[in-house]
Design a protein around this ligand. Structure first.
Ligand SMILES: [Zn+2]
Length: 90
């Protein structure tokens, strides 16, 4: 929990989080309600275990293609913590 809060603080205090992710996107084209993670941010995110790129899964998590961990997205912020991840059997 502390790690997640620290991560969120870090996101808020760095400038790389795209502005478009902060606004209410309910009436914006290009994002659906479940997945509002911009592609350029997705391209920067990697699995903390494998250092492999992650992909959006069902708009609710980010899945590592190597170890199959799925990292949750909470309040449009991807939680890239091993302790928060679930293993996708597929
Ligand atoms: Zn992985």
């Amino acid at each position: 929990m502390t790690e997640a809060l620290t991560y969120r603080w870090w996101l808020q205090t760095t400038n790389w989080w795209p502005q478009t992710a902060r606004v209410d996107s309910s009436n914006k084209a290009g994002y659906n309600k479940a997945a509002m993670i911009p592609q350029d941010l997705l391209d920067m995110l990697v699995c903390p275990v494998c250092k492999e790129p992650v992909v959006l899964k069902n708009g609710t998590g980010l899945k590592c293609g190597k170890c199959r961990r799925v990292y949750p997205i909470q309040d449009d912020i991807p939680i890239m913590l091993v302790d928060s991840a679930t293993i996708d059997p597929n």
